[in-house]
Design a protein around this ligand. Structure first.
Ligand code: AGP
Length: 607
């Protein structure tokens, strides 16, 4: 999950590359580098271990770095440790070819042994094998850059890649190739850019060309020549990205995550405006509803937080639309597909629209000819383009690695969709469910919670800071939220947190409860409130420090966090917010990088 940028035909290439990499740092941030060429014989390669800020300092410290064409990369290590030597761009031993790459070359060891046994290597990466191979073909077979590039691509079996290459002998040209990993071409005024995500280049252009798998592109300042996997020229019109560049800024917030938690009330209102009439009637594409109505079972597929949003969606579809619904982790489903119903319909939940694990399933679903819907936050993303239908979350850019507003947006949109489907099939419960009113109450409730964030900071300090283990527990939909709550705490504060079905604890895991182990219980469903309280007592009897997150209508004296009442089916939209903030403050007060936690990246574009 690396970030790639490129530019040709602009004397501010260094600035454009560095600014673009900063916007892509959420995709990977363990090392970075740029290569620029001024097309007058001067070129510069600057690489560093660490963040873009360190690359920026190194560029400033290197005399005269400038250029009008260049490539840049920010890395999330797949092959090879985090080091300057493993940072991209990688280059051929004769200093002629420079290459940045996002993806994984499955057969790089085989290629290295077969073609490059006599070639010295500087790095442990699969990417360096590719650039040395290009050089070998160019020199030994006297091929031009493009022919050598194409010949090398033809040898990469089963690999995922977004390549951006430069040849010192053609300094105004960017050579691009894409397969499974995201890459866009930005068409600007008098120059062209390349990026993993439009976010990186919104200050330069809002018009982008999407690339399909197998396509190869040659880009100069005034020309973009796309060819398909068979070498045929491809004509394609740019699409316009509406997002404004400022939306992707932190503003006065210390971290994107806090900004994105605070944005959730407005995201609820935006979804209601977008997908509901003023009378609360869902505005959903009739063809999509018809396709879902024709199904006998829904399959929701996602990874991480998106999978957790699917667990809530299951309840919504089954309760409101009375359609059996399964939820699957994409990386499991891709390689161990369960027996499917006769008329399945697939829903892909994915904030980025680029998650390789989920896309792998979509490829299989498309091959099988099943209908699918992608719910995503990124317009024109891979999964959005390749599914039969797509719906956007309109949550605004989500930059923090820890997903927050996308999770609640996914659940809210599932609720709208479930109501629409339920009404279409005459379910009374759906007709009675006033989702517009409920989302309004949710937005107000979220606002009340985020307005009391100092209370949550105090709880985080008093309750979570001292522990390296914690449990979130709940039953039913509260269990689904406990999984998401635990992931938030784990991924940004590194506390070993588990989300657990509260009734299951006593079947073994309660052995882990020691004195002062934090155990946080979600109690938002009337039917299971008493049971979860008993389960909390069982942990308290063994020394746990318990905390309750309770729906107002179920609260009793001594409860810790009381949530406003909304329909029980939508309580996850409120109960997750304290958990997001507890994770945020635990991470913040540990002095960690909340937005860019170790080992992670925002968009996981490798399997
Ligand atoms: C969530 O906080 C994590 N960053 C991660 O689990 C994420 O939800 C997962 O990688 C799926 O990403 P997607 O929604 O873009 O497909």
């Amino acid at each position: 999950m690396c970030g790639i940028v490129g530019v040709t035909g602009n004397d501010n290439a260094v600035k454009i590359l560095l600014n673009g990499l900063e916007k892509l740092e959420y995709r990977g941030y363990d090392s970075a580098g740029i290569y620029v060429n001024d097309q007058k014989g001067q070129d510069y390669l600057v690489k560093t271990k660490g963040r873009i800020s360190e690359l920026r300092s190194k560029v400033s410290a290197t005399a005269g770095v400038h250029g009008s064409t260049g490539i840049g990369h920010t890395r999330w290590a797949t092959h090879g440790v985090v080091s300057e030597a493993n940072a991209h761009p990688h280059f051929s031993n004769d200093d002629r070819f420079y290459l940045v790459h996002n993806g994984v070359i499955d057969n790089f060891q085989e290629l290295k042994a077969k073609y490059l046994s006599d070639v010295p290597f500087r790095s442990q990466t699969d990417t360096e094998v590719v650039v040395q191979l290009i050089d070998k073909f160019a020199v030994e077979e006297n091929l031009d850059a493009k022919a050598a590039f194409l010949k090398t691509l033809s040898l990469l079996k089963g690999s995922s890649y977004a390549f951006l290459m430069m040849d010192r002998e053609q300094p105004d040209t960017l050579f691009v190739a894409k397969n499974k990993s995201p890459l866009l071409i930005g068409v600007a005024d008098g120059f062209n850019v390349v990026c993993s995500d439009a976010l990186a280049m919104l200050k330069e252009t809002h018009d982008f060309l999407e690339l399909m798998d197998g396509e190869v592109v040659t880009i100069t300042p005034d020309k973009v020549a796309i060819q398909d996997a068979q070498g045929n020229p491809v004509e394609r019109k740019p699409f316009h990205v509406d997002m404004n560049a400022d939306e992707a800024d932190k503003g006065t917030y210390p971290f994107y995550m806090l900004k994105e938690v605070d944005e959730q009330p407005n995201v609820m209102r935006k979804l209601a405006q977008t997908y509901l009439s003023e009378h609360g009637v869902p505005q959903i594409d009739q063809k999509l509803l018809d396709a879902m109505q024709a199904a006998d079972r829904l399959y929701i597929v996602g990874a991480g937080t998106s999978y957790h949003a699917g667990l809530v969606g299951k309840r919504l579809f089954e309760k409101l639309a009375h359609i059996p619904t399964e939820v699957h982790v994409s990386s499991e489903f891709a390689y161990e597909q369960p027996m499917l119903s006769k008329k399945p319909f697939f829903i892909f939940l994915t904030q980025s629209g680029e998650t390789a694990d989920s896309r792998e399933v979509l490829v299989n679903v498309n091959d099988a000819g099943y209908p699918s819907l992608t719910i995503t936050n990124v317009q024109n993303s891979t999964l959005s383009r390749e599914a039969t239908y797509t719906l956007l979350l309109h949550a605004g850019p989500e930059i923090a690695v820890a997903s927050t507003k996308a999770y609640t947006a996914q659940i809210a949109l599932e609720a709208i969709l479930a109501k629409a489907l339920g009404e279409a099939t005459g379910q009374i419960v759906a007709q009675d469910f006033n989702v517009r009113q409920q989302l309004g109450l949710v937005a107000t409730g979220m606002q009340a919670i985020v307005d009391e964030k100092d209370k949550l900071e105090k709880i985080a300090n008093d309750y979570l800071m001292q522990s390296n283990r914690a449990f979130y527990i709940g039953r039913g939909i509260d269990h689904a939220v406990s999984l998401e709550a635990a992931l938030k705490l784990k991924e940004i504060s590194y506390v070993q947190a588990e989300g657990f079905a509260s009734g299951e604890l006593k079947h073994g895991t309660i052995a882990l409860i020691e004195k002062d182990t934090p155990v946080i219980g979600f109690i938002t469903q009337a039917k299971t409130a008493g049971l979860t309280r008993s389960n909390l007592q069982e942990t308290m009897a063994r020394g746990a420090k318990t905390l309750t997150i309770v729906r107002e209508g179920l609260a009793i004296d001594g409860d810790d966090l009381i949530l406003p009442d909304v329909d029980e089916m939508l309580m996850p939209l409120l109960s997750v917010v304290p958990a997001q903030l507890l994770a945020y403050y635990t991470s913040l007060n540990k002095g960690l990088d909340v937005d860019k936690p170790r080992n992670l990246a925002k968009s996981v574009t490798v399997e």
